[in-house]
Design a protein around this ligand. Structure first.
Ligand code: XLS
Ligand code: NI
Ligand code: NI
Length: 445
């Protein structure tokens, strides 16, 4: 890593490159499990996990919440001039990324560039700041996993962006998406994300849901066509979430997104970005929503975080639950990986984690969690547990009448006749407890 910090200033003094030191290390600023070059199932950990840092949480958050002011006074957020502040933030960002050793980052337009109501001024800010980002990408080798437009914070989006009943707002949203697609191509982004925080409604008396969803679909098709026209080749990703900030969000979970994409003929160009805590807010387990997306061939990427089982909002905590992460990585490995997607830490340090180094502890923990999970998931497959506990349950479909059924060769009457010839159907245990024991043995054995 270059010791020359781009702006000449070091924002994280005293912290060097985070290295892998192994599980016996008691250095809190080292990886215990994430060894980027370690080969698992034929690929390095770095290639499997494709970690990304989220600009908004790590560089922009200040610890404020609905009950209190900022607690995290970041040295890169001090400049009075917004473009100077953006530049210092970019310096701090790339210093953080390279010291951490995550290969990717993700950002919203207004995380990185100053917002402006005037369209031309907004576009100019984006142009200026994305040039700063490009310069820093080139200097460090960092890559852009995805970017997105923030179409939920500005008051103009209080009734939605692409689903706003006012066409003027919808068209203003296009300004941001167009600018972010241009930025994506400029920065070599590998995916482009849409998260529709305000694309939903609070009550149906004043909402034409069908019309709003048609507008959303048309907006997305136009964005897709523009992206393809300017040379964006990656997938567009929809990130589901059932609520917060909207009461009902249209993209509520993976299944809802799949239905939407198929209805409007967008599947393929569009895939899904599953966020752990969004799945749990939808009442689904994280691995469940991953599997739903994967089964449809639409698993694009992951926002890695966790919620809190005692409360029902998006706490965006760093992932530390190795059991859940192992289950998630099992789905990812069975999917053949994440393609151009990755694991983006859409997660923030707690309000009272006020030291700069807490940002490192948080990411180290998340990366180690998924490194453990990747290895464990690989062992689950390598030791034949999927075969033994899952595939074997479907044996009756592998030959004879069961196979003919799967091949579409049986009529409904054939099913009846087959059943009539069976004397007794034996009970076959699902073996849940034995599986759980075997997984614990893999994780902690
Ligand atoms: C909010 C979302 C958001 C998206 C990007 O809940 O997770 O951060 O990932 O707009
Ligand atoms: Ni997210
Ligand atoms: Ni979220």
């Amino acid at each position: 890593m270059s010791k020359v910090f781009i702006g000449g200033k070091e924002y994280f003094p005293g912290i060097g490159k985070i290295n892998y030191e192994g599980k016996e290390s008691d250095n809190p600023l080292a990886f215990k499990f994430y060894d980027e070059n370690w080969i698992v199932a034929g690929k390095s950990m770095k290639e499997h996990l494709r970690f990304a840092v989220a600009y908004w949480h790590t560089l922009t958050e200040d610890g404020s919440d609905p009950f209190g002011d900022a607690t995290q006074d970041r040295p890169w957020n001090q400049a009075k001039d917004p473009l100077k502040e953006a530049e210092e933030k970019a310096d701090a960002a790339f210093e953080f990324f390279t010291k951490l050793g995550a290969p990717y980052y993700c950002f919203h337009d207004v995380d990185a560039a100053p917002d402006a109501d005037d369209v031309k001024e907004y576009e100019k800010n984006v142009e200026t700041v994305t040039s700063m980002l490009l310069e820093r990408q080139k200097a460090t080798g960092m890559k852009l996993l995805w970017n997105t437009a923030n179409m939920f914070s500005h008051p103009r989006y209080m009734n939605g962006a692409a689903t706003n009943p006012d066409f003027r707002v919808l068209s203003r949203a296009a300004v941001q998406v167009k600018a972010m697609l241009d930025a994506n191509v400029k920065l070599g982004g590998e995916n482009y994300v849409f998260w529709g925080g305000r694309e939903g409604y609070t009550q149906l008396f004043n909402t034409d849901m069908k019309r709003e969803q048609e507008h959303l679909a048309r907006f997305l098709s136009l964005a897709r066509d523009y992206g393809r026209k300017i040379g964006f080749k990656g997938p567009f990703l929809i990130e589901p979430k059932p609520m917060e900030p909207s009461k009902h969000q249209y993209d509520s979970d993976a299944a809802a997104v799949i239905a939407f994409l198929k209805t409007y003929d967008l599947a393929g160009d569009f895939m899904i970005n599953i966020e752990a805590n969004h799945a749990t807010l939808a009442g689904k387990a994280f691995p469940h929503d991953l599997a739903v997306a994967a089964n449809a061939g639409l698993l694009g990427s992951i926002d890695a975080n966790r919620g809190d089982p005692q409360n029902g909002w998006d706490t965006d905590q760093f992932p530390t639950d190795v059991y859940d992460a192992t289950h998630a990585m099992l789905v990812v490995l069975q999917n053949g990986g994440l393609g151009s997607g990755g694991l983006n830490f859409d997660a923030k340090v707690r309000r009272n984690s006020t030291d700069l180094e807490d940002l490192f502890h948080a990411h180290i923990g998340g990366m180690d969690t998924f490194a453990i999970a990747l290895e464990a998931a690989d062992r689950i497959i390598a030791r034949g547990l999927v075969k033994k506990f899952r595939d074997s349950r479907y044996e009756s479909y592998n030959s004879g009448r069961g196979a003919e059924f799967e091949q579409g060769k049986l009529s409904f009457e054939d099913l009846r006749d087959y059943a009539a010839g069976i004397k007794e159907i034996p009970k076959i245990s699902g073996k849940q407890e034995q599986i759980e024991n075997a997984i614990n043995q893999i994780l902690f054995g």
